[in-house]
Write a protein that binds this ligand. Structure first.
Ligand SMILES: [Zn+2]
Length: 228
């Protein structure tokens, strides 16, 4: 199999390259699976991803822990320890500022107590998901996304019934592809769009809990602008 191009997949630089993990390596507990996916990124792009990656890790591990994914408990604990470091000051308080007690009721409306919940910044999760989409495109095609094309993604939650019809079609299209898994942390399906080799749909799931749909598309025809 050809190597991925030795160029930053985000900006095209060929200097100061490091391996960039798709998805971020922090999501995986040790021992990590042998088939981690990597592309190349330059040092300056890499630095800008740090806070979003931490947010993605903590948020998705916490959600998945509640949904009982086998890897998520350890990952959530690592995330909390990581964010408790003095140099991470600011980040936990930004995260915790969104945490608030909510009333928990049974399906029939009976009040059963309070628990802590937090507002998820889907804009932030989707930024990381868009990067994962770009990285997977490069990994699968062994080529950078062509100039003028963008990668976009969004979590598969909170759709209106009208939007759902279009979405169901897209999901059926990409969902028919064979899934590729990296442990129980990450799995993805990749579907090139016929007659348009630079466009592809990616459906991926983190901790078997939170799913995202990604798309690479020509920037000027970005009909899914409302996605971002
Ligand atoms: Zn770069």
């Amino acid at each position: 199999m050809a190597a991925v191009p030795k160029t930053c997949v985000y900006c095209g630089s060929v200097a100061d390259l490091t391996r960039d993990h798709i998805p971020p390596k922090s999501l995986f507990n040790k021992p990590r699976p042998a088939n981690l996916i990597t592309v190349w990124a330059c040092g300056s792009c890499n630095k800008t991803f740090k806070n979003d990656d931490d947010y993605f890790w903590l948020t998705l591990a916490s959600r998945a822990e509640a949904a009982r994914n086998s890897e998520a408990g350890g990952a959530a604990l690592r995330a909390i320890k990581h964010l408790a470091r003095p140099q991470a000051a600011g980040f936990p308080s930004a995260f915790l500022a969104t945490v608030q007690p909510v009333e928990v009721k049974t399906a029939s409306g009976l009040y059963i107590g309070n628990r802590l919940a937090y507002d998820v910044s889907f804009a932030r999760l989707n930024r990381v998901a868009a990067r994962i989409t770009r990285g997977l495109f490069c990994y699968v095609h062994r080529a950078l996304l062509a100039p003028g094309y963008v990668a976009t993604a969004r979590a598969l939650e909170g759709f209106t019934p009208e939007a759902d019809t279009d979405l169901q079609q897209l999901l059926a299209f990409v969902g028919a592809e064979h899934p590729h898994s990296v442990g129980s942390v990450f799995s993805y399906r990749f579907k090139p769009i016929p007659d348009n080799p630079e466009s592809a749909l990616v459906l991926f799931e983190v901790y078997q809990t939170t799913a995202f749909l990604g798309l690479t598309i020509k920037g000027a025809d970005n009909v899914w602008t409302e996605w971002i």
